[in-house]
Design a protein around this ligand. Structure first.
Ligand SMILES: Nc1ncnc2c1ncn2[C@@H]1O[C@H](COP(=O)(O)OP(=O)(O)OP(=O)(O)O)[C@@H](O)[C@H]1O
Length: 267
């Protein structure tokens, strides 16, 4: 399987340095020695305690921050200039309130200076249908429910055309029912998307249900490595799998490892 993203021994600390958040060493450090891979077509999740640095790791991959040390390879090559090369959906949906759904979704094309010609609008319309948002193109974000806004933000991320998507807790602020609906929808869509995803969540069930592999983020400043687990559940997946013994066992193990990791006692 071709590797889309490879991190080797990545180290980062928020320092007093300037630039794009370039940090200075010797500050304690948020994390060090983190290694992670995302292969073609994989869905990979990162879970870990609040403040452990998951969003920071995403910003490093997106090119909004620079590591102090380690190697980052994107699409098989070192990527010192990687801003805009992955589809990044930050924690808050950041839809522009003064733009319609259509105009929000065309933004990545405008930023890439591909123009917003008929091709772009047709693509957005096709995806709106696929995401269950037909008829919404002229609506403004304030007129949409939370679940719809997240789907529009996801669509906008797809419109970047990038093979690797970074999704930072896309369903974190949604109620349990809407979240379940979106899981079902994403699982149904997943096979046909032809994308690779790196996904942050606090929700263990969500991570198991959606992922091929899960990385556990070490406690901030612990200097520990990411712990990698493979989810052996077959695909296609469905919400109903959450009640199967294999799923429940895996969830318990994940919980145990997360607790142990916070106390630096992983075995
Ligand atoms: N720009 C910044 N300058 C200094 N410290 C920062 C900055 N951004 C984040 N931090 C700190 O870095 C640590 C990790 O933050 P980050 O948002 O990456 O954690 P997280 O694991 O994504 O948390 P959560 O799960 O709550 O979103 C936190 O202690 C945070 O306060």
């Amino acid at each position: 399987m071709a590797s889309l993203l490879s991190l080797r021994d990545i180290t980062f600390a928020f320092g007093r340095g300037g630039g794009r958040g370039r940090a200075s060493d010797g500050d304690g450090g948020l994390f060090s020695g983190l290694s992670l891979d995302v292969g073609e077509g994989e869905f990979v999740s990162v879970i870990g305690a609040s403040g452990s640095g998951k969003s920071t790791l995403f910003k490093l991959v997106a090119g909004l921050l620079e590591p102090i040390g380690g190697e980052l390879t994107l699409y098989g090559e070192p990527a010192p200039e990687r801003l805009g090369k992955v589809g990044y959906m930050p924690q808050r949906d950041l839809l522009l309130p003064w733009r319609t759904v259509m105009d929000n979704c065309l933004l990545p094309l405008e930023l890439a200076k591909h123009g917003q010609g008929k091709g772009g609008a047709a693509e957005v319309r096709k995806l709106l249908g696929l995401l269950g948002l037909e008829g919404c193109e002229h609506a403004y974000p304030a007129e949409l429910s939370g679940g719809m806004r997240q789907r529009v933000a996801f669509l906008r991320t797809l419109m970047t055309g990038r093979p690797l998507l970074l999704l930072d807790e896309p369903f974190g602020a949604l109620d349990a029912m809407t979240k379940r609906e979106l899981h079902q929808w994403l699982l149904g869509l997943w096979g046909g998307l032809n994308k690779s995803v790196l996904f942050i969540t606090h929700d263990l069930e969500e991570a198991i249900l959606l992922s091929d592999r899960i990385y556990l983020m070490p406690a901030a400043g612990s200097g520990q490595a990411l712990l990698e687990l493979r989810v052996e559940l077959p695909r296609p997946r469905a919400n109903s799998m959450k009640y199967e013994p294999e799923f429940i066992r895996f969830r318990q193990e994940l919980e145990r490892l997360l607790d142990a990791q916070q106390t630096h006692d992983v075995h």
